[in-house]
Design a protein around this ligand. Sequence first.
Ligand SMILES: Cc1cc2nc3c(=O)[nH]c(=O)nc-3n(C[C@H](O)[C@H](O)[C@H](O)COP(=O)(O)OP(=O)(O)OC[C@H]3O[C@@H](n4cnc5c(N)ncnc54)[C@H](O)[C@@H]3O)c2cc1C
Length: 300
Amino acid sequence: MTNASPSLAPAAPSSAPSTPRPAPAPSPSPFQFFTVEVLRAERITPAMARIVLGGPDLARMASAGRDQRVKLFLPRPGQSEPVMPDMRAADWYGAWRALDPAVRGIMRTYTLRELRREPDELVIDFALHTDSGDASGPASRWAGAAAPGDRIRVLAPVEEENAGYDFRPPDGTDWILLTADESALPAVAGILGTLPPATPARIWIEVHDPADRQELPTQADAHITWLVRNASPTTPDAIRAAALPEGTPYAWVAGEAATVKAVRRHLVADRGFDRRAVKFSGYWRRGASEDNLMEAAENA
Ligand SMILES: Cc1cc2nc3c(=O)[nH]c(=O)nc-3n(C[C@H](O)[C@H](O)[C@H](O)COP(=O)(O)OP(=O)(O)OC[C@H]3O[C@@H](n4cnc5c(N)ncnc54)[C@H](O)[C@@H]3O)c2cc1C
């Protein structure tokens, strides 16, 4: 087991270069802990809770949108706020891990859906796992019951340019392909909101129910296909059947790990996408909590 802090940085590229690269110059971490409290809890669709958070330091938080990831620390049942170590410690992760696992704040990864100004508000959209039955986890349960005044902690960037997002299409990209389920829908919304006008984009989004579709404002030339689980083809099958645009693609694929893997395999093996132009990220794995995934990564 290591004490390495869980990264807000993107995962290693899908095809790591075979020649070693010089290490990047060390830079001060552009992330900071924030104490925030729930201002409003809204149900934007049946399976999506929008939690609007406020706090004294939010003016310092920064984001350029896209799929900006943050770490949330949530209280356990019966706690009024998450139990945290001294978050100014250099090794905050080691200090958090040293706390009793039954008591310490629950750490989960989410997407910064929106950072509003005047007033400063942080918006996070939580999928409520309506199709998981009893499997829904503490974060989705917290969001489903969140009420004004509930306090949590957030580890979030204080600089717009930071390592906590993956969507980075290289120069020369002609069109964009995005796939998501409810967990990655906030990230797709963020990406679509920042695409330059008229960018060709093809998007597949899988939801539990037609009522979970959302308006996704964008200036891109976006064709969005909504897939309803158990009623539509799966995301990999829908893409297999699709005619894709000509030109150089960049794909961003996120959601349940097995689906992500199948989509990536199809794009690279069957469609001939350059594997470096397919950014893929398992946002969750069926049957495993984020704690299970973190432990597995640390023991690998
Ligand atoms: C970079 C990144 C950004 C993310 N952004 C968001 C976001 O903005 N909004 C969001 O809702 N999620 C997001 N996720 C996914 C979220 O972190 C996971 O779904 C997480 O497991 C939820 O924690 P939990 O405590 O509710 O469930 P856990 O305790 O982690 O898991 C409990 C059970 O629930 C199941 N489960 C977990 N997630 C889902 C799901 N989405 N649908 C159905 N069953 C599930 C697990 O398989 C497990 O059986 C993101 C993940 C990553 C890596």
